[in-house]
Design a protein around this ligand. Structure first.
Ligand SMILES: [Zn+2]
Ligand SMILES: [Zn+2]
Length: 226
């Protein structure tokens, strides 16, 4: 068998295929991530009324806070995955049996993922991998960004390692979703505190803050997202 090189990064593919092992794995991870991203996007779209903190006491006539990104990303993802799986099925003479439901993008992704061994031999597989990679990244961003209501630096990390304080800063993240609790985590050592641990951790952080005269960097003082 003649050895080819990967159309994306020119690494040897080890056979006549057009994607190397690393790029095939990345594509598989992107496809595997689709069901979660789709359900997150669906949730984001369906709870448009509290994607952002809603002012209390307003009548039902208050316009819904709409997140056009989430619904756009969902449409794009569905279109892209549907087009690619239909194209691959046609070109490679395979049968495409994917139902037309709101979960269709996930079904198309699963169909493609199951056939990667064949699909990596298709001459346009680099376009497929690139476009799906971008769409998945955009979907992730649409979900992440809009679920974060607020993110701010709390103070210096109170974690001790071998008698030394960690020199990272602790960041609190408040989400807009009811099922995701707020978190507090060190940006350096990644120690995470659950909401019920905040009181105790807060006291330790406040002590450290006084001890070293900690001030939040000017950039984050305004509450900007990273
Ligand atoms: Zn590659
Ligand atoms: Zn730390």
């Amino acid at each position: 068998m003649t050895g080819s090189t990967c159309l994306l990064d020119q690494r040897p593919t080890g056979d006549g295929g057009h994607l190397c092992r690393g790029c095939t794995d990345r594509l598989r991870r992107d496809l595997d991530a689709v069901p979660d991203i789709v359900s997150e996007l669906l949730v984001t779209v369906s709870r448009q009324d509290h994607v952002q903190p809603v002012r209390a006491g307003r009548s039902t006539a208050t316009p819904l806070v709409y997140n056009p990104d989430a619904s756009d990303e969902l449409t794009d993802l569905a279109y892209l995955l549907g087009s690619w799986s239909r194209c691959m099925a046609d070109d490679l003479g395979m049968k495409l049996e994917v139902p037309d439901t709101p979960d269709t993008p996930a079904a198309h992704a699963a169909w493609l993922a199951l056939r990667l061994r064949v699909i990596r031999h298709h001459p346009a597989v680099d376009d497929l991998a690139g476009e799906i990679g971008h769409a998945v990244a955009r979907g992730r961003r649409a979900v992440d960004v809009h679920d974060v209501a607020s993110r701010f630096l709390v103070g210096p990390c109170p974690q001790l390692t071998d008698g030394w304080f960690c020199d990272g800063d602790v960041q609190a993240t408040i989400t807009t979703t009811r099922d995701e609790p707020p978190t507090m985590a060190c940006l350096r050592c990644h120690h995470t505190w659950r909401a019920e641990q905040w009181l105790r951790a807060g006291k330790l952080i406040a002590n450290r803050r006084d001890e070293i005269g900690w001030r939040p960097p000017a950039r984050t003082r305004a509450g900007a997202d990273t």
